[in-house]
Write a new protein. Structure first.
Length: 307
């Protein structure tokens, strides 16, 4: 009956009462950004300074949230090296297009040129490619993934889970930080780190120890000049990008810190914002996708509100 009334009204130019118009027009759905902007304070968590790195480059600050739950021994070594100033004065020496930037001691394999590790640095670590999923909250996405039985978020990090083996691992999404290694699985000590700057290389999942993710400052890394093929290592030392310092935020005076909050992945705001991205209904999109890839789910970050 309502459709008949609406059709007749349109045919004869009749103006329907406001109530009839409202009933005929579906309510406007909020965008993902509108949902995030309206998220209550309880939906946000503070960035922990004890698990945050400040990477100071000539162009600005790159902020990295560490993931001790996934790679505890690698993260402990990173903290030791950061406290000892290991990366201060070293360089970003590899930028491979659509893949990674890599930094550390470019001369580390040359006899007599390697920078000494700070006291307390462990020179052998186990491979930390996966962790036990037991007791870990996993905010699962309903979407099918080609690389793992289940994908979602754990400890605020994009992750995958295999219920059959009871294992959980971080995924190589844009901005993820990993520890470089040689062929031996246990050949990394987290002195050489890389950041994904291209399309997610998910074939590397549970092949390397992933130690965190960049939450602010990716634009400083993604615009760097690419090194030559095939692997992007700069051929001349002068091409390398200098690192002023890498420090734990907890070792930086509070007035010099960047106060940030991250949207909790178990919050209703995060769930709703992800659904809004999965099925976009704004004027540009002609057909909702009905699907979202794990690495296309942004993890919202904001400056901590004052007061």
């Amino acid at each position: 009956m309502r459709r008949t009334l609406l059709a007749a009204a349109l045919a004869f130019g009749i103006i329907l009462p406001a109530a009839a118009q409202d009933a005929a027009t579906p309510p406007k759905r909020k965008t993902a950004q509108e949902i995030v902007d309206a998220a209550p304070a309880s939906a946000w968590r503070d960035l922990d300074p004890a698990n945050t790195l400040y990477m100071e480059l000539p162009g600005g600050r790159v902020i990295i949230e560490l993931a001790p739950g996934f790679a505890p021994e690698h993260v402990a070594n990173i903290k030791t090296m950061a406290k000892g100033g290991f990366w201060d004065g070293l360089t970003i020496y590899r930028v491979q297009d659509n893949f990674v930037v890599q930094f550390g001691d470019a001369e580390g394999e040359e006899a007599g040129k390697a920078k000494p590790y700070p006291a307390g640095t462990k020179t052998h670590l186990p491979a930390e490619f996966t962790r036990s999923a037991k007791g870990v909250r996993f905010d699962k996405l309903p979407d099918v993934d080609g690389w793992a039985p289940e994908v979602g978020f754990a400890d605020g990090m994009p992750a995958a889970r295999d219920p059959k083996t009871g294992t959980l691992w971080m995924t190589h999404c844009y901005g993820i930080v990993g520890a470089g290694r040689n062929n031996a699985p246990d050949s990394s000590i987290a002195a050489e780190l890389y950041v994904v700057i291209g399309q997610a290389p998910r074939a590397l999942d549970h092949q390397l120890s992933l130690v965190g993710r960049v939450i602010k400052g990716m634009e400083l890394l993604s615009v760097m000049p690419r090194g030559p093929a095939p692997m992007g290592f700069y051929e001349k030392p002068g091409q390398r990008a200098p690192i002023i310092s890498i420090k734990l935020a907890s070792d930086v005076p509070e007035v010099q810190r960047t106060p940030l909050q991250l949207l909790r992945t178990d919050s209703q705001a995060f769930i709703d914002a992800t659904e809004a991205r999965r099925n976009r209904v704004d004027d540009f999109y002609t057909q909702p996708a009905g699907h979202i890839d794990l690495c296309n789910v942004p993890l919202p970050v904001r400056e901590t509100p004052k007061g």
